[in-house]
Structures are given as C-alpha cells and as structure tokens.
Design a protein around this ligand. Structure first.
Ligand SMILES: Cc1ncc(COP(=O)(O)O)c(C=O)c1O
Length: 385
C-alpha cells in the first residue's frame, strides 16, 4: 500500500504539510536538478497540470505508510531541540546497524548527490582524473569539470553495462573511479563478484585511487548475485558506497543519503564538501523507513511487476531495452530522444532528458505506478507508431 505525494502531505496534516511541501518543492531529487539545467538551456517547457512524471526516477508510490505515521506521531516538543536534533544520532546508529558497520563508518548527507560531489572534491584535482562510464550518472562528471579535473569517459559495453575491464585500464593514477551499480541511465547491474574483482584489481594497481560505488538503485536489482559492496568498502581504504532514500524508500523530497566506508575515508570525503545537516524529521522518517522491511519487499515486487509489464509492452511493439535492474528503462526508440520527449510531453507524459552519447536513439523512461504506466503506454504507442 502506498500513496501519492499529495496524499503524503494530506495525511501528514496541516503543520507537517508546510514542512513536507517545502521539502518537496525545494528538495526535488538530484535528478530533477540536473533536468532543471536542461530546462535553463531551453530543452523543455513547463509541465502541464496532471502530467505523468516519468522523467526523474522518482518513486510515484511514495514512502511506507509507517513513515508517515512516525512523522505524525513524533512529539512536537522534539522539533524545538536542534543542537543536535535528538533523533539524529539514533538514525546514524540505525544506518550503521543496517549496513553491518559502526557509526564512524557512516556519513549522512542531504541527498546522496552531495556525497558524489564530496567524493570528486576529495579525490580529484587538475592532475587526478575522474574515471566514469559513458553514459552514466553525470553529476560527478560535472563536479570534476568545475574543479578542472580531467574526466576519462569509458563507453559502456555492447549490453550497455559498465565496461569493467576498460574502467580498470583507465584507473591507473586516477583520482576517483565512479562505479554506478546499477547504472543510470542504462539500468544494468554487475554481480558482487564482478565488482569485487574490479575494485581489488584497481586497488592493487593504483592504491591511491578512490573508488565510489553508487548504489542508489540497488534495492531494485533482481539479478542473482547482485548486492551491496558494503563489506568491501569496510575492508579497503579509499573504497566507499553511497546509498539514498530517494528511490526505493520513496523519500526524494526529504533529501537523505549516506556513504559507508572506513573512518579515515569517510573523514576525507566529509571534509571535502558540505554534506548538509540531517534534521529531526529526516531522522524520524529514516528510522521508520529502514525498519519497515515488509514495505520494502512490497515496493520491490511492485516495481518489478510494473517493470516486467512495461518492458514487455515495448518489446511487443518492437522496441528493445536492456534488462532493467532499476526503476527505469532505457529503450531503443530508434529516433532522437528529444522528438519522443516533446511528443510525449505534449500529451501529458514527461520522460527523461537526453543521455549523450546515446540521445539519438535511446530514451529513459522512469517507472511509475501501474496505473501511470497504463495511461502513459497509450501515449507511447501513439507517438512511436
Ligand atoms: C545514480 C544516482 N546517484 C545519485 C543520485 C542522487 O540522488 P539523491 O541526491 O536524491 O540521493 C541519483 C539521482 O537520481 C542517481 O540517479
């Protein structure tokens, strides 16, 4: 059971609504901020009211009802305490327990996007390159460019997966290797053993190179053998994972993410960039979200049901997409994404932005609720026919 953001705000009640809607408006996910950059460059117009938003890999089912209940029931007097907010250290402890780690292994941030920025700031410089896949999540690339660090773009392989061998080759002497697993926008995942082999090889050949494994979409991966690299992050210096509450936990509007690694690695990353400070309501929501494992199982199943249906619909129309391990699909529509996007937008469906170098043929479509996808599919069929 889940509900929309509007319903989220309604259930939270009038007082909470001010907080939640402000968080929602100013706190769209990092993806949405990247899309706004596109808007500023004239790539898209305003969204029509009622548009089905399949553009930013958000979670249209929203969070667990238990998260909303916890927020509503939280004593209001605790919101008057902020130095520190009373629940934040319990949240840090809960994240550590969840990760099989200690609090000193965890850094929290107002969105995992801040961790990515901090990672590049900590490990890259004009003579220490960022190594990343192409296409992959582009914010580390943007940060590297802003500090004039070289960026080594490594094309994905024929199945649109991270090319681990090429990433290993490019990593000698690099500042940071960014491994987005599952990868946004291509939706592929590698198994834990493949990632472990790549990470160990890079560390053997280039011990000073940092390695960030971005696990933003990992909850949605169903490939046997896929999973979190947290144990390896705890074992090896300079290796760390980032995770977020913005995707499967349905809390993008509350802006919460974290990283796990060795204490010295976490200190280095935490010092490099402002990670924001976690507030009382975020901590309350985070603890409730982590403990509702039944809801997470439901969410994963629901996403898979919607994903299987949507991929099958495109396949039946003759449009292939790599087997998705995420809450979005990357479809070969055999025409420029901008044409598809504009035509869908005119009919009230927003899909993802351009993902160079594949923007001439591929479109990224986030997965909403089944009812969203059924309505959107009518538009997709019309636009692609
Ligand atoms: C791969 C990946 N990493 C990190 C982020 C940042 O997410 P957030 O800042 O909401 O945690 C996103 C956002 O879409 C993403 O796709």
């Amino acid at each position: 059971m889940a509900f929309s953001r509007r319903e989220f705000v309604r259930r939270l009640g009038a007082g909470g609504a001010a907080v939640a809607s402000a968080a929602h408006i100013i706190g769209y996910g990092q993806e949405e901020l990247l899309a706004f950059v596109g808007e500023a460059q004239g790539q898209r117009g305003p969204m029509l009211a009622g548009t089905i938003k399949l553009s930013s890999n958000e979670n249209l089912r929203g969070p667990s009802p238990k998260v909303i209940a916890a927020l509503r029931q939280h004593p209001s007097k605790d919101l008057g305490l902020g130095y520190p907010p009373p629940t934040v250290s319990a949240f840090e402890a809960a994240l550590a327990t969840f990760s099989g780690a200690k609090p000193e292994n965890v850094i929290m941030a107002t969105g995992s996007g801040e961790i990515l920025t901090a990672a590049v700031m900590a490990y890259c410089s004009p003579d220490r390159a960022l190594v990343t896949a192409d296409p992959s999540y582009s914010s580390p690339n943007g940060t590297a460019q802003s500090i004039k660090a070289p960026v080594k773009l490594t094309p994905v392989d024929a199945r649109l997966r991270l090319d681990l061998e090429a990433l290993i080759r490019g990593s000698i002497g690099a500042g940071l290797v960014f491994l987005c697993n599952p990868n946004n926008p291509t939706s592929s995942v590698h198994t834990m053993s493949d990632i472990e082999r790549a990470v160990r090889t890079i560390k053997e050949r280039s011990p000073q190179t940092g390695i960030l494994i971005d696990e933003a979409y990992l909850e949605y991966a169903t490939l046997p053998g896929s999973g979190s690299m947290v144990k390896l992050a705890l074992e090896l210096p300079g290796v760390f994972i980032s995770r977020t509450f913005s995707k499967a936990y349905g809390l993008a509007g509350l802006r919460m993410g974290y990283a796990v690694g060795q204490p010295e690695t976490m200190r280095k990353v935490g010092r490099a960039w402002g990670l924001g400070s976690i507030n009382e309501l975020q901590a309350v929501a985070g603890i409730a979200a982590l403990s509702d494992t039944a809801h997470m199982e439901w969410e994963k199943g629901e996403n898979k049901r919607v994903r299987d249906w949507t991929q099958a619909q495109f396949k039946a129309m003759g449009f292939d997409s790599p087997d998705s391990q995420t809450n979005f699909i990357f479809v070969n529509i055999r025409k420029p994404a901008v044409q598809f996007r504009d035509a869908c937008r005119a009919q009230g469906v927003a899909v993802g932005r351009d993902f160079p170098p594949m923007e001439k043929t591929y479109a990224r479509i986030s997965l909403g609720r089944m009812e969203d996808m059924e309505k959107a599919m009518v538009v997709f069929k019309q636009v692609l026919s």
